[in-house]
Design a protein around this ligand. Structure first.
Ligand SMILES: [Zn+2]
Ligand SMILES: [Zn+2]
Length: 395
């Protein structure tokens, strides 16, 4: 992998104290990361339960590509499967009757480049769909922090250029989970949709040789939407995105990197080419009414900062303005570093907002100790640190 740093096993001599010091240095980013992941999940969880009627939460992610296998396929076919990009998005909103409503949208495409440009096409289609639900004031696009797709200068440029069709003044914001590749709302797609298609292929009911076939089959067998005047709180729809719908004329070399984008978890557009960024999200009452100066979580969630979008060369006002620019959307190098710790399954337990990362870490260590099902060097050192005394005996 060229210049990427890589883990290596090395022998070292030293005292337990030195070992402890090094361990604590390594643990610093780890408990910050864990705190961020839990904070973001809890904020979104509570927001979803108390969703205002003119807000919408959209959780999205790329699923694994679907492999178009055939029934009774010749043996040689197995290494030449066609693939289909599958991009599920779950739209949480409030129905006019007041109940929570969930729309599962599944985008299928033969374009296999999972980059910011195709992601933007999906987002534009989602915004179009959302604009028909009801008059929205705030749209939250929630995803992991993958730089190539969601969290870097190019997706931020697209955000700055996005509008909600047919509704003036709606705020479109990006919210990031604190961890990558975790469990999220989109996982249903891998199970339900792909399993059904695979089953129907195996039974000979359908032949799927690309996104078009898959789209037609899914729309026919798995799509459900409400009739006029009907109240349906679970909707599932499929969309086909043709490769020529993906505009790759805008590329990341046109925008300058936003300092600290790896650490931010919430972005909104403040003015023309000006973003407001926050290292964590907060949906307390004052924040929800945009009275950010009175944020109830101010002790843990730093306020908004301003980040200007800066361009290399001419300023693209809208993607369409740049017909002549060079083609090819850079495959961005991940701005996230190696600390991608798998996100734990979300639990319903209450999260005390007064917890600092250090307290959260200490509680975590104590809960492992109390549990006592396994104890290794890590736990001894961590326990010794938390209890601030040496561990003299172990049973
Ligand atoms: Zn309803
Ligand atoms: Zn707040």
């Amino acid at each position: 992998m060229g210049t990427h740093s890589r883990m290596e096993k090395v022998s070292k001599c030293g005292s337990v104290n030195e070992c402890l010091g090094e361990l604590m240095k390594e643990l610093g980013p780890l408990y910050r990361h864990k705190f961020n992941a839990e904070w973001q999940r809890n904020q979104l969880y509570h927001l979803k339960r108390n969703l205002p009627e003119d807000w919408v939460i959209i959780v999205m992610d790329f699923a694994e590509n679907f492999l178009c296998k055939f029934q009774d396929e010749p043996q040689s076919a197995h290494w030449a499967y066609r693939q289909v990009t599958v991009f599920p998005a779950v739209v949480h909103s409030r129905c006019s009757c007041g109940e929570l409503r969930r729309d599962n949208l599944v985008f299928l495409s033969d374009d296999l480049r999972h980059d910011a440009c195709i992601t933007q096409v999906f987002i534009e289609n989602i915004l179009e769909y959302v604009s028909k639900l009801r008059n929205m004031k705030k749209v939250l696009l929630v995803s992991d922090g993958c730089a190539a797709q969601f969290k870097s200068k190019l997706p931020f440029l697209f955000l700055a250029r996005s509008t909600l069709p047919h509704s003036k003044g709606a705020s479109i914001e990006k919210v990031f989970f604190g961890a990558r590749h975790g469990k999220n709302d989109c996982d249903w797609c891998d199970g339900a949709v792909k399993r059904n298609v695979t089953r129907d292929i195996a039974s000979g009911a359908v032949t799927v040789n690309g996104a078009q076939d898959m789209f037609e089959h899914c729309s026919r067998t798995m799509s459900h939407s409400e009739g006029p005047g009907e109240c349906l709180h679970k909707v599932q729809r499929f969309f086909l995105i043709e490769p020529d719908q993906v505009d790759r004329k805008i590329n990341s070399s046109m925008v300058k990197t936003i300092h600290g984008s790896r650490k931010l978890h919430h972005v909104r557009v403040q003015a023309q080419d000006e973003l407001a960024i926050r290292t964590l999200s907060c949906f307390c009452k004052p924040c929800m009414s945009e009275d950010y100066a009175h944020c109830l979580s101010a002790a843990h969630v730093p306020g908004w900062q301003t980040a200007k979008l800066k361009f290399a060369g001419s300023v693209p006002f809208h993607p369409q303005d740049h017909e002549d620019e060079k083609v090819d959307c850079d495959t961005l190098q991940s701005e996230e570093d190696s600390a991608h710790i798998a996100e734990s399954e979300y639990s319903d337990t209450d999260f005390a907002p007064s917890e600092s990362p250090v307290v959260a870490f200490e509680q975590e260590v104590m809960s492992i100790l109390r549990n006592a099902s396994y104890t290794g060097l890590w736990e001894f050192l961590a326990a010794s640190h938390v209890l601030r005394r040496p561990i003299l005996s172990v049973f």
